[in-house]
Design a protein around this ligand. Structure first.
Ligand SMILES: NC(=O)c1ccc[n+]([C@@H]2O[C@H](COP(=O)([O-])OP(=O)(O)OC[C@H]3O[C@@H](n4cnc5c(N)ncnc54)[C@H](O)[C@@H]3O)[C@@H](O)[C@H]2O)c1
Ligand SMILES: C[C@@H](CO)CCC[C@@H](C)[C@H]1CC[C@H]2[C@@H]3[C@H](O)C=C4C[C@@H](O)CC[C@]4(C)[C@H]3CC[C@]12C
Length: 338
């Protein structure tokens, strides 16, 4: 728990607070934000683990709600000093309709912004996504770029489109008055295709830090975009995954893709066709579709220190700690699944 020497007077709201990132943000706030008086956790699905948080000095308020419902959002936001908006629908597999993705990611964000404006919450931190930038539909690589690197962001897929629209809304609102195994995997992606990954604990820490520093440095930080980053190595999507799957007993076969790209693309399109044909009967949402294959085969990594320069961000977890914690998390997930 955070040091209680400082006055506890702040009310934080975390939307999507029971999600993968949201839970880390919630726990990080309780550990790292000494000024916290109340922590509101707003989510469509509340987790049972929230109960264990209610024994500490900070008032933890669980709110079951839907960001697409403006009145529910307004009620949750009212009186909060800071809102960290992570609630979102992450779907590149075709599980949800484009309309649903838009309703949650765009309209939901609109509702959060309007609630902040209407109830006078000055500080809003929004969790965007690398896909707001790319890879674009032309497959242009983004090689170790930063927030200022020019890149033609062109999207047709519902998820990146929704994230780009939502991010734009947030930026436009800035300044508004009145916001295991022993298996083998067969390489399918060239090892040379770098993909950016960041440990969730460092992403959560960056959210907490930016929310705190934004209150003191609004002139500098307001309206800014910050890439999340840490010391995670630059690797292909599959090689990076092996950092965690290897210790769990899996092995990646092949130094080069075992199947030619055209065959993977054919399989991806067959999956998309099957998804379309089966939709009236059942939800078929495989990992491999034209969009995910293009994502996995397009170099997209960042190299920046903007967050360090603007608000002193340094990753809280080293690469070694991040890897150890992730492997441990995977092993607990595997044992609970058995
Ligand atoms: N996981 C990633 O790799 C990644 C990378 C970049 C950005 N993001 C962004 O981070 C945010 C969190 O992603 P995550 O990986 O934790 O996903 P997640 O699915 O684990 O968490 C999302 C949370 O939002 C909640 N939610 C969904 N719809 C809601 C609604 N209508 N009303 C209220 N709550 C709702 C879900 O119940 C869930 O708890 C998202 O905005 C996502 O776009 C995720
Ligand atoms: C072709 C397969 C052989 O192994 C590999 C398919 C991998 C894909 C399922 C993933 C490749 C890139 C991933 C996405 C990327 O890491 C960034 C994302 C942004 C974030 O906002 C949400 C998750 C995701 C879209 C992520 C999803 C999984 C991939 C497409």
């Amino acid at each position: 728990m955070a040091d209680s020497a400082q006055a506890q007077e702040l009310v934080y709201l975390v939307t999507g607070g029971c999600g993968f990132l949201g839970e880390h943000v919630v726990r990080m706030l309780l550990q790292q934000e000494p000024r916290l008086r109340e922590l509101r956790i707003f989510d469509l699905h509340l987790g049972p683990w929230l109960e264990e948080l209610k024994t500490g000095p900070v008032q933890v308020t669980a709110i079951q709600g839907d960001v697409t419902q403006a009145h529910e959002v307004a009620a949750a936001v009212a009186g909060a000093h800071v809102v960290i908006h992570t609630a979102g629908l992450v779907d590149v597999f075709g599980r949800a309709s484009p309309e649903t993705i838009h309703a949650v990611n765009v309209q939901g964000t609109k509702n959060v912004i309007e609630a902040c404006v209407q109830t006078g919450t000055q500080f809003l931190v929004y969790t965007s996504s690398m896909e707001v930038v790319g890879p674009n539909i032309k497959g242009h690589p983004f090689y170790r770029g930063n927030e200022d690197t020019p890149y033609e962001a062109v999207h047709r897929h519902p998820y990146p489109r929704s994230k780009a629209l939502a991010e734009q809304l947030v930026l436009e609102a800035n300044g508004r008055k009145g916001l295991r195994l022993g298996g083998r995997l067969f390489r399918a992606i060239p090892a040379s295709v770098e993909h950016g990954r960041v440990y969730v604990g460092n992403v959560a820490w960056m959210h907490v830090l930016v929310a705190r520093e934004l209150q003191e440095r609004a002139a500098l930080m307001g309206g800014q975009v910050y890439f999340c980053y840490d010391k995670s190595p630059y690797k292909s999507y599959e090689d990076f995954n092996m950092e965690f799957l290897g210790p769990c007993g899996l092995r990646l076969v092949g130094t080069r893709p075992l199947l030619p790209y055209w065959l993977l693309m054919l399989l991806a399109f067959l999956n998309a066709l099957l998804q379309w044909l089966l939709r009236p009967l059942l939800l078929y949402a495989p990992l491999l579709n034209p969009y995910t294959l293009a994502m996995a085969n397009t170099t997209f990594t960042v190299s920046t220190d903007k967050a360090q320069r603007h608000f002193g961000y340094e990753p809280l977890f080293s690469w070694e700690e991040s890897r150890t914690r992730t492997v441990r998390w995977m092993q607990t997930m595997d044992s609970s699944a058995q």
